[in-house]
Design a protein. Structure first.
Length: 162
């Protein structure tokens, strides 16, 4: 099991949860060089020695295949993990942009409603007008990040002074 001291801990997500990078299994070390018999190649007339050499070559080749297969599997798993992380980041970025646009449009709608209400002197109660003005001010500071122009304009609308 992985702990925060392993160095695998990523930053906490926006929902407060912690995510750890999965520990991928390490592939075994590459096989040792091909073992050969004491007799040099082609010098032996003994079929048992040649069969043993062929058997050793086959085992060596199969261990190479296993080694590289494990390397590829690990690389594919890591690639899939990284793709998920990239897609999650893109989704969060798009979601953040969409939420910001919604807040902006809501503030614009409240702004227009407040202007209409103050211009036409509708029979809205003072309590309703104050509530809408407070909601507009709160949204404008949140959406417009305390922009001086927007706060000044909203104050002008509420006070009725240009």
């Amino acid at each position: 099991m992985s702990t925060s001291s392993d160095g695998n801990a990523n930053q906490g997500d926006s929902d407060g949860s912690w995510e750890y990078a999965p520990d991928y299994p390490r592939s075994p070390l590459p096989p040792l060089p091909l073992p050969t018999s004491s007799a040099s190649e082609g010098d032996s007339n003994d079929p048992a020695v040649e069969i043993n050499d062929m058997k050793n070559k086959l085992e060596h080749n199969s261990s190479l295949v296993h080694y590289w297969t494990q390397k590829c599997v690990g690389a594919e798993q890591k690639l899939a993990y990284l793709k998920r992380q990239v897609n999650k980041g893109r989704y969060r970025k798009e979601k953040h942009i969409i939420c910001g646009q919604r807040r902006k449009h809501k503030a614009e709608d409240l702004h227009m409603t407040l202007r209409r209400m103050l211009r036409t002197n509708l029979s809205a109660s003072t309590k309703e007008a104050t509530s809408m003005a407070r909601q507009f001010l709160w949204l404008s500071t949140k959406v417009l990040r305390n922009s001086n122009g927007s706060l000044q304009m909203s104050t002008e609308i509420l006070t009725g002074t240009p």
